[in-house]
Design a protein around this ligand. Structure first.
Ligand code: X90
Length: 276
């Protein structure tokens, strides 16, 4: 069977080896300018510029047309999106599927609402690749990926929630948690796909320990870990060391956040995809 995986760019995955893959970009706007979330756009420079920018900023998700274009030249498609609770990406993908199948009756498309973003989406994409390489059929993969998703989690540590609040993705009460200098917010993607704060540690060291505690309480005991960071490689490495100290065989990869994740996670932000 011929398979294709498509994911919106909030996954921070822009290409995949050996499997037909397409990243469907979200966009960040700053005043009149628009930044498309592709591998070529410098996400960290943009995040730095935004810290001091006085322009109105925002984001937009792929539209029905963008998703339909990503379906071209494929027979069996898995499309994976950022949580439907915080973005219109999932709804657009579902509508694109309906329209596309009107004229492409034999194309199978399964849209997955990750109820999460970033490195948890990456874990799901990697697992889809495994199933495809193992030669499983389409229906079987759907069944197995639904089971797998129950064992993946997203934890994060953010230094600022300003952009999440400004764009109405969290309540003002939650936004105030990170109002004080040096206070970070450790949280998770909840079971229903919303941002759930868990603690507000003060200082980098405490934040790291709190993040690791919550990774363990999510059920982690040596499964895969994927870390995405916005200009904070040192904290990502420190987390990796903490984990390897307790679970020396853990498969851990660190990657930079792309444009969309950098916009919301902001400078210093760390996102962690966890397998339990
Ligand atoms: O449609 C759009 O314009 C995109 C909106 C995306 C809003 C949320 C992005 C979150 C990025 C920040 C920390 C993790 C939060 C996870 C909650 C499920 C990453």
């Amino acid at each position: 069977m011929k398979y294709k995986i498509v994911a919106d760019s909030s996954s921070n995955v822009y290409n995949v080896e050996d499997i037909d893959f397409c990243s469907v970009p979200l966009k960040v706007s700053v005043g009149e300018k628009e930044y498309v979330d592709t591998k070529e756009t410098d996400a960290v420079s943009l995040a730095r510029e935004l810290k001091t920018s006085t322009e109105k900023t925002g984001t937009s998700c792929p539209n029905i047309y963008d998703w339909q274009e990503s379906f071209r030249n494929a027979e069996n498609i898995f499309a994976i999106t950022i949580t439907s609770q915080l973005s219109g990406s999932y709804t657009a993908a579902v509508n694109a599927k309906k329209l596309y199948q009107e004229t492409n009756k034999n194309t199978k498309i399964h849209v997955i609402d990750s109820l999460s973003t970033g490195p948890e989406m990456k874990l799901i994409i990697e697992k889809l690749c495994e199933y495809i390489k193992d030669g499983l059929n389409f229906e079987n993969i759907i069944e197995k990926i639904n089971e797998y998703k129950k064992r993946t989690h997203l934890l994060f540590c953010l230094e600022s929630l300003t952009n999440l609040a400004k764009n109405g993705r969290i309540s003002p009460a939650v936004a105030r948690l990170a109002g004080l200098l040096g206070v970070r917010v450790v949280g998770k993607a909840s079971d229903v796909g919303t941002l759930e704060p868990l603690s507000k540690p003060r200082g980098e060291k405490k934040a790291l320990l709190s993040l690791y505690e919550h990774i363990k309480s999510s059920g982690f005991c040596g499964g895969k870990i994927r870390i995405a960071h916005c200009d904070n490689f040192s904290q990502a490495e420190a987390l990796k060391d903490l984990i390897l100290n307790d679970f020396p065989k853990t498969d851990i990869k660190i990657e930079p956040c792309g444009v969309l994740c950098s916009y919301y996670a902001e400078l210093g932000g760390i996102l962690v995809g966890v397998e339990s």
